[in-house]
Design a protein around this ligand. Sequence first.
Ligand code: NAD
Ligand code: ZN
Length: 258
Amino acid sequence: MELIEEKIELAASIIAKAKHAVVFTGAGVSAESGIPTFRGEDGLWKKYNPEEVASIYGFRRNPKAFWEFSKDLLGKTTAKPNPAHYSIAELEKMGIVKAVITQNIDMLHQRAGNTKVLELHGSVERLECLDCGEEHTWDYVGEFLIRNEIPRCKKCKSYYVKPKVVLFGEALPRDVLMEAVEESRRCDVFIVVGSSLVVYPAAELPFLAKRSGAKLIIINAEPTHADSMAEVVIIGKAGEVLPKIVKKVKEIKASERS
Ligand code: NAD
Ligand code: ZN
């Protein structure tokens, strides 16, 4: 048997026994939906300077650069969940996965059918004015972007209307982070999918889960610095690996019933 197939079987046997699994995802889970990641091959950081375009300081200094960059990332509103997202939703339906903790802002887990999604970095769903707090819709903001203009607040006319996503230099939503910490502590299996595990504090969660007694499974296109801690590490594409794991989990569950 191929090594990767053995690892898929091992991961499936651990997941099939789980009573309370948590899945932790990063940009890699959405790569096969056509949304670029930050790091890794074809990552956006090869094209943009993160300090400049994706930090709160950069946004305040130069909102135009932020909107240029956003066209590559946030503009992908037509992106659809891929087999990785659907596999994770399937594991929730089977009663195995109790929560998804995501660093992504693309809402693809919800679209795939997961009901408990903890968005550590917010989401693109809504926009707000940093100066007066007024909320805006993409329809409103899109009118400016089509004309290549910087969106302006409809209430106070500020140029600082921003999607409610956490930029570098901004704090994570406290209640979401607390819940993610709680889920990481209580889970028996913690599955990392498509994250370089370098953005903190999010990347602390797999370590917390491990210290709290969970088994750790990592599925990523390249090695991470947490690999040595994991029970199973699968280097591969999430959209190919996860459906195979779910298929095996179903086989194990079916054989237990018969
Ligand atoms: P990252 O960009 O730092 O790392 C992505 C990882 O996924 C890399 O290690 C890469 O090798 C791996 N990868 C790429 N394609 C893959 C595939 N098909 N299957 C499995 N793995 C794959 O992403 P991160 O760890 O999430 O951290 C960066 C920050 O980027 C996060 O804060 C997040 O908010 C933001 N971000 C979000 C999106 C999104 O919402 N889809 C996209 C880009 C960046
Ligand atoms: Zn305003």
